[in-house]
Ligand binder design. Structure first.
Ligand SMILES: Cc1ncc(COP(=O)(O)O)c(C=O)c1O
Length: 400
């Protein structure tokens, strides 16, 4: 029986799948179990920032695995591996974020941020944005603006509310005396790479301060150089000082890991037993994340993302002109890019046509395809990816 048949028979399936079983990868390339090669412009949901099988990552895993994988009484004891990562991260975080804690997934980091914001403020309401995505735990689903998800699991945490992303007056109006925090992605990822007006984040940060509500910035998709800065809030002209910032995905280049960092003032209000978890700050994950964070910083990866991102966006703009009847708006910051098509059915068709030509892209709700290549993608690979995408679009528009 093939792996596809076994998975279909024994695995729970929560989404429709492409009939391809990926077995290995190197850099921006992956191979399926039959040996067919694909260019990966997904980075596994924006995670494998250094590409597949990067020697730094495999080396960090091997070396740490030979020492220790899970600490005895993890949270009760100290760990050199965790200490190294804390030092590395504190060198790249916004200055006001003084303390860091580790989690196993982005949703878990956001869940903790929401829970702790409620404890600190003694208030329960979280203001979020429409089309946002913050995770699939119950807390995070209840602040994720793609309502089609949450409505299956009613009753939701009803006090929370959603305002259009980028709409400052709406956000201002939504904050009331019950509001504990505002949660915001600097650029909406799952929402289709929505980039707000450049003054929006600074205005929101000031508003939160003035109104005494916490600002939770979710950098899970946008962090770790993905948008051409170490964190996307750094694109703002004005210094943004979140009360809590959550991180995940690229933080450990593919190893499941996440983190949240808090200001001094938030940290002062946290106490024993407020949070924890069996695997939080696991030495193996910390060793991998340290290797990734140091590499991103030492090699100035953010700067090369700016150059590569421009090539990709310019290419997408040309494709939009060529297929103007099919391709709608193109958006991107660094190597987080997206373009719109005229229907979700067309997204499926183009995604399948790209797959058949050896290119993996990320179909996204609301008629969008995202392109999120590894940050180490070369000029040649970008050119090749655009060629394959062009050919995929041509195949669904017969006249080209
Ligand atoms: C902005 C953002 N926050 C949170 C999450 C949830 O992260 P995870 O899937 O690791 O739980 C995602 C995942 O796509 C995300 O894009």
């Amino acid at each position: 029986m093939s792996s596809i048949e076994i998975e279909d028979r024994l695995g729970i399936t929560f989404c429709s799948r492409q009939a391809i079983a990926i077995e290995s990868g190197k850099g921006c390339l992956v191979w399926d179990e039959k040996g067919s090669e694909y260019l990966d412009f997904t980075s596994g949901w924006g995670v494998t920032c250094l590409g597949h099988a990067h020697p730094l990552i495999t080396e960090a895993i091997t070396q740490q695995a030979q020492k220790i994988i899970q600490n005895p009484n993890s949270g009760f004891t100290y760990s050199p591996s965790r200490a190294k990562l804390l030092e590395a991260l504190s060198g790249v975080l916004p200055d006001n974020l003084a303390k860091i804690y580790f989690a196993n997934s982005g949703a878990e980091a956001n869940d903790a941020a929401i829970k702790l914001a409620r404890k600190i403020t003694g208030k329960s309401r979280i203001v979020s944005t429409l089309a946002s995505f913050h995770g699939r735990t119950f807390n995070t689903l209840s602040v994720s603006g793609g309502r089609d998800n949450a409505e299956k699991f009613l009753p939701a945490l009803e006090e929370n509310c959603f305002v259009p992303f980028g709409d400052f007056p709406a956000l201002n109006a939504a904050i009331d005396e019950k509001t504990a925090a505002v949660i915001l992605e600097p650029i909406q990822g799952e929402g289709g790479v929505r980039i707000p007006n450049e003054k929006y984040l600074a205005a929101v940060a000031l508003l939160c301060k003035e109104r005494g509500v916490l600002l939770i910035i979710d950098e899970i998709q946008t962090g770790f150089c993905r948008t051409g800065k170490f964190f996307a809030i750094e694109h703002s002209q004005v210094n943004i000082a979140p009360d809590i910032m959550t991180m995940g995905k690229g933080i450990a280049g593919g190893f499941p890991f996440a983190a949240f960092a808090v200001s001094e003032s938030v940290d002062r209000q946290l106490g024993m037993g407020d949070h924890g978890g069996t695997f939080c700050g696991n030495p193996l994950a910390c060793a991998v994340a340290t290797a990734v964070v140091n590499h991103l910083q030492d090699e100035n990866v953010a700067d090369r993302v700016v150059v590569a991102g421009k090539l990709l966006i310019d290419g997408l703009q040309k494709i939009k002109v060529k297929y103007s009847e099919l391709v709608g708006p193109v958006r991107g910051k660094g190597l987080l890019c997206a373009f719109e098509l005229d229907s979700d059915q067309m997204v499926t068709k183009v995604t399948d046509a790209a797959l058949n030509r050896g290119l993996l892209v990320t179909p996204t709700r609301n008629r969008i395809i995202r392109l999120i290549p590894p940050l180490i993608v070369t000029e040649e690979e970008i050119a090749r990816g655009l060629e394959l995408l062009d050919s995929a679009l041509a195949s669904v528009v017969p006249k080209h």
